[in-house]
Write a protein that binds this ligand. Structure first.
Ligand SMILES: [Zn+2]
Length: 420
């Protein structure tokens, strides 16, 4: 039998992994500067963690990988926020002295979607959640964090789209207005929008099928239904973005794909021509009811998620040079019956912090030199039976082509003097 990776999944091979390490290092470094701490939640949770009552999103309704184990239904996490909030409540972080609690996560997510460029069924997300304090300044700072990350990877062509969904009162007034607007026009909308009409009519505005539908275009605007409190909150977010020097565009139709958002929602999109129609780089928003949903008190949170596959792609497109893996310091060539001495030599060097490879195959000197060359070894250590008898090796500096004979105990000293 032969097998391939399942559709929508892929192997990250050594010639790509260094890019991932670079991106992950940058992300951790920046998140930690903003005093976020990493949290690792399980890759699967009880299905109810994600499939919340009456959720209208495609993610919950169409794209989840769920399975039964005994009498319980579990789901591979399709996103990071729900698990983090479940954990926040389970461990009663809300009782801690210092709110907000600031978490970040990096790891695989799973959605049963049609695979396309930059979209996989198993994909990797980095995200942050700032939980416990409702403040417009937190919303702005969270956006700034994300922008810092994409800038650190050389991504310059982007813009920030922002909107407010208002508080509960504003949104329910708007929801009623939308219901009235669409009531007699349901047959003009796609099948999914019929479900959205019942569950969350705001999502009709987000429909890709009905994007240019006149009845959607003529829908009432959320901004006309915002109460003063919601308007003031939003204005403070914008003021803080101005103060941080982050340009933005207000996009009245931005509602985001998940049902739990309130107040601020935003999307940072790539403005590169070759990255498709306004590809999202990262996106998120504020949520007022998730902490309660999982049994905690009434506390608000703010977060975003970045898909790392797309982030890597954009960084490459913008010419970012990823940090290369550490090069090989020394390669040990072994000839004839030299027992385990090559291993001992290599291990001593590794203990001192050198990256070291040892030949373990009976093959010619020429073949071994080729391996050393292919691995870009800075130094080559040659040990044959004669050398072993005398307790020495031949040591070659590949940059200067200098070659010396040194005692086995002096290899490190010689390398150090070359390195100096
Ligand atoms: Zn539709």
């Amino acid at each position: 039998m032969t097998y391939q990776t399942p559709r929508g999944t892929y192997d990250i091979l050594p010639d790509e992994i260094y890019k991932w390490h670079d991106v992950e290092d940058k992300i951790r470094n920046i998140a930690e500067k903003y005093c976020y701490e990493e949290i690792r939640t399980p890759y699967f949770e009880s299905t109810g963690v994600f499939a919340r009552e009456n959720d209208s999103s495609d993610m919950v309704n169409k794209e989840m990988y769920s399975f039964m184990s005994g009498d319980e239904s579990y789901t591979l996490r399709p996103e990071g926020t729900a698990g983090v909030i479940r954990s926040f409540d389970q461990h009663k972080f809300y009782g801690s002295m210092e709110l907000p609690t600031k978490f970040y996560y990096v790891g695989p997510m799973f959605r049963h979607e049609r695979p396309q460029k930059g979209r996989q069924r198993q994909f990797t997300q980095f995200g942050v959640e700032n939980i416990g304090v409702k403040s417009p300044e937190i919303d702005a700072e969270t956006i700034a964090l994300g922008i810092n990350i994409i800038k650190s990877l050389g991504i310059q062509s982007y813009k920030v789209l922002i909107n407010t969904l208002g508080d509960d009162a504003s949104r329910s007034a708007y929801r009623e207005a939308l219901k009235t607007h669409f009531k007699d026009h349901l047959d003009e909308l796609c099948g999914d929008c019929h479900r959205r009409y019942e569950q969350n009519p705001l999502r009709i505005l987000d429909c890709k099928v009905d994007h240019d539908n006149p009845i959607v275009q003529s829908a009432p605007q959320l901004s006309d239904y915002l109460n003063d409190e919601s308007k003031e909150y939003f204005q403070r977010v914008l003021n803080a973005l101005d103060a941080l020097g982050i340009p933005y565009e207000i996009d009245n139709r931005l509602v985001r794909g998940l049902d739990y958002y309130t107040h601020t929602v935003f999307e940072v999109v790539s403005t590169r021509k070759d990255s498709g129609a306004q590809a999202t780089v990262f996106a998120g928003g504020r949520y007022d009811h998730l902490v309660e949903y999982f049994g905690g008190p009434e506390l608000s949170g703010m977060g975003f998620a970045i898909g790392l596959e797309r982030l890597l792609m954009l960084a490459s497109e913008e010419g970012y040079e990823f940090t290369l893996p550490k090069e090989l310091d020394a390669y040990v060539i072994s000839l004839g019956n030299v027992g385990s001495t090559p291993l001992v030599i290599a291990n001593k060097l590794r203990d001192k912090g050198y990256k070291c490879e040892v030949n373990m195959t009976a093959r010619s000197l020429k073949a071994q030199f080729k391996s050393a060359d292919r691995n870009k070894a800075k130094y080559i250590i040659i040990l044959g039976e004669d050398e072993l008898k005398e307790g020495v090796v031949n040591l070659k500096n590949t940059a200067t082509r200098e070659q010396v004979t040194v005692s086995i105990d002096d290899i490190e000293k010689q390398i150090e003097s070359w390195n100096a």
